[in-house]
Design a protein around this ligand. Structure first.
Ligand code: MOS
Length: 737
């Protein structure tokens, strides 16, 4: 008997992840783990300069190394129209045109792929490729570049009311906030195995959480029919946004596989994960606010600048949160990007809002302090009764309930308004809070449901599960609609041949794909009901509203003894299955309501008086995300998000050596993320009240909202503990002593 066969070790509960056992026993297959015949291995070589051109590449020694099959560079790559034409490449959103130019835009940029029969041979030979460069002056110093940039025109400048109204406040604050590059740091390394199944047919086993988008990009890039490109990404070891597009290593694998006529696998290394698959851009922000003595905010300004690469535009909605969270009738938000010799950033968990909320929620705390007002009271005073940006009413908004529940649980009333007033031994003690909001979207999605003659239900959709427990939640939805035991329901995802679904991102999977699953299950229920009315006399005159679907039986609401099993109904009709595929999308609700999720966070920190070490001691979050479908996975999402908040506030920082424009911290010794010892018990509560308009479940997304406002809660607690306001993340000990 195997270790995990012993159920005494862990008795699964109905709430457990449906794929938990596969993941912990190693039977879940991740992209790099597919066993492919005739496979060879590619290792990428990165540029050692940050800007300039490649002058020469000497591959002689590398080519003669054991096992080396080929070394692909811009000198010998295959002819591809979309890659060789810069304009077409831009239109196709290929990002870096790998192997199609000798230009260098960032240090670490992949410039060669060494392919060998074994991984170790390719790794060894990669070190033998000799490249000479012609260097040009690079720009990687964001802090220096932003000084000039903030004085020039913004790409986006939105004003409502009077942009200068903040200056009329009795109490005013105006501050700047800074944030370094942060990196997704997924457990699983990005990997692609490219298998050409003929001249015009391609399968890619790939780490991404956007199978349909990746299919579209690759089909377009290689001039293939979409249906001839198959993307398999069933299991994902963390994504957080880093798997939302096709990166150069995937193109490299496909190009190499084409050139060599055999399958090629390219797995990036941990150091490469810091330069080749995106990151959260650096940010500079300025927030100005003015308030009357009673705390009514008269006006606010929020500007932000983030960085992009030198070859591609990438921006995020850093100031968006300030447009909706409070009743700012007079508001100006400004945003733009500046380009640096770094690789292109990408969305990273709660993109925009995580960054924006650090500035906004720190500034709210600064204003409360200046007003000598309780930070929660200040927020309640400026509560937005509707979405004043769109003018629409909230579809549902239990933010006030979140404040109250979390404050009570936390014991906020014990907070001392005066900073640096509580000491416990050598540790200063502080309480802080912060708020987050995130749009609750529902996108078009489809799902297939197949009920077989044994009563098993198979569900399929081309969505992904980068970790939140998507399959688990979908099974819960189906179980709720059809009353089929969870063990008899299987949800398949992560393959481009399945029914259309959006990428997993933006916290919209549950509300979107969940709606499709709900609808297809309702369609199956209706089909079962129709069969019952046709084949069972006791159901003949019955209406759909009068039956219940429970324990794999259809029965009458008012007479439960009139009951028939689903399998019997299939036999009655002489069919072996019910098989329905259905698309699901919202109506015009979004024209009538503003849909959003909310999170309120409270943190207690202890700051060591002599070393400046910050320990997060307690964390309490209350979240309004409508009706919660899967309590355990939902709570895990919030806990994970808060761990991110701890990293964001206290640890994460990509340092760059500007002499070479090179990323310094390319492992977890240099780039710090929270470990268990850094994380206290995280107390999560859900309001758990359905949103009446978004979808049948009443559920809003919650993967991202838990991160928003969490870093500010910690920064605000640090201020309360020490009286030191740190506006430059991360809050490391050197900034506190
Ligand atoms: Mo999220 S950054 O939209 O995956």
């Amino acid at each position: 008997m195997g270790f995990f066969d012993n159920d005494n070790l862990h008795t699964p509960t109905a709430d457990d992840r449906v794929d938990g056992k596969q993941k912990v026993t190693g039977t879940a297959k991740f992209a790099a783990e597919y066993v492919i015949e005739n496979l060879v291995y590619g290792v990428l070589v990165g540029s050692t300069i940050a800007k300039g051109t490649i002058q020469s590449i000497d591959v002689k020694e590398a080519k003669n190394a054991p096992g080396v099959i080929d070394i692909i560079t811009h000198e010998n790559t295959i002819a591809l129209e979309k890659f060789s034409d810069e304009k077409k490449a831009k239109e196709a959103q290929l990002g870096l045109r790998i192997f199609y130019s000798n230009e260098i835009f960032s240090n670490g940029q992949p410039v060669a792929l060494v392919v060998a029969g074994h991984l170790e041979q390719a790794q060894y030979a990669a070190g033998l490729v000799k490249i000479t460069y012609s260097k040009a002056a690079h720009v990687t110093n964001f802090t220096a570049a932003v000084e000039k940039e903030k004085t020039t025109k913004y790409e986006e400048d939105k004003t409502r009311g009077d942009a200068n109204a903040w200056k009329n406040g009795t109490i005013k604050i105006e501050q700047e906030y800074a944030q370094p590059v942060e990196v997704h740091s997924t457990i699983e390394m990005h990997a692609s195995i490219a298998v050409w199944e003929g001249d015009d047919k391609l399968t890619v086993y790939d780490k991404n959480h956007a199978v349909k988008d990746v299919q579209g990009t690759i089909a377009n890039a290689f001039n293939l029919k979409k249906e001839n490109v198959k993307i398999q990404a069933e299991f994902i070891g963390g994504g957080f946004g880093s798997g939302l597009r096709v990166w150069p290593h995937t193109f490299a694998a496909i190009i190499a596989a084409k050139k060599l006529g055999r399958p090629v696998k390219v797995t990036i290394t941990r150091p490469q994960a810091f330069t080749m698959v995106g990151y959260r851009p650096q940010a500079w922000q300025r927030v100005a606010m003015g308030a009357a003595a009673d705390g009514t905010i008269t006006g606010a300004v929020h500007e932000a600048i983030t960085n992009t690469s030198a070859y591609e535009a990438f921006g995020e909605n850093s100031t968006g949160i300030t447009r909706t969270l409070y009743n700012f009738t007079n508001l100006q938000t400004k945003y733009k990007t500046l380009s640096l010799n770094l690789a292109t950033p990408i969305w990273m968990r709660a993109p925009g809002e995580a960054t924006g909320s650090f500035a906004l929620e720190s500034a709210m705390d600064e204003l409360a302090h200046a007003l000598k007002m309780d930070p929660v009271a200040l927020r309640l005073k400026n509560y937005a009764e509707k979405d004043i940006d769109s003018g629409l009413p909230w579809s549902s908004n239990f933010l006030k309930e979140c404040y109250q529940t979390a404050a009570t649980k936390f014991g906020w009333e014990k907070r001392k308004q005066e900073p640096r007033s509580t000491k416990n031994g050598d540790w200063w003690v502080g309480y802080g809070m912060g708020v987050g909001t995130w749009g609750a979207w529902r996108l078009k999605a489809s799902a297939r449901g197949k009920l077989d003659s044994n009563g098993n239900l198979l569900l399929q959709s081309a969505t992904s599960d980068m970790g939140p427990g998507t399959a688990t939640a979908m099974v819960a939805i189906a179980n709720n609609v059809l009353g089929i035991a969870k063990e008899k329901i299987k949800f398949q995802l992560g393959n481009s041949t399945l029914p259309d679904a959006p990428a997993q991102g933006g916290s919209f999977t549950l509300a979107s794909v969940g709606s499709a699953v709900n609808d297809v299950c309702v369609a199956i229920a209706k089909k079962l009901f129709t069969i019952a009315t046709e084949t069972e006399t006791s159901f003949k005159e019955v209406k759909f509203e009068d039956v219940i679907f429970k324990d794999e039986n259809l029965s009458l609401k008012n007479n439960p003894s009139v009951i028939i099993s689903y399998t019997q109904l299939l036999r009655n009709k002489n069919v072996t299955e019910i098989d329905i595929t259905q698309a699901s999308e919202s109506g015009d609700e979004s024209k009538k309501y503003s849909f959003n999720s909310y999170a309120v966070h409270f943190a207690e920190v202890h700051v060591h008086a002599y070393t400046g070490v910050v320990r997060v001691k307690r964390f309490v979050s209350c979240v309004d995300a409508g009706k919660i479908v899967s309590e355990k996975t939902a709570a895990s999402q919030i806990k994970g998000a808060v761990v991110w908040g701890i990293g964001h506030a206290l640890m994460e920082e990509q340092q760059i050596d500007h002499r070479y424009g090179r990323i310094i911290a390319n492992d977890f010794a240099g780039y710090h993320i929270p470990v268990n010892a850094d994380v206290p018990e995280i107390d999560v509560t859900f309001v758990n009240k359905p949103d009446p308009y978004l979808n049948a479940m009443g559920s809003k997304g919650l993967g991202e909202v838990g991160l928003i406002g969490s870093a500010a809660a910690i920064a605000n607690a640090v201020f309360n503990a020490t009286g030191k306001r740190i506006r430059q993340l991360p809050i490391t000990p050197d900034k506190l002593i």
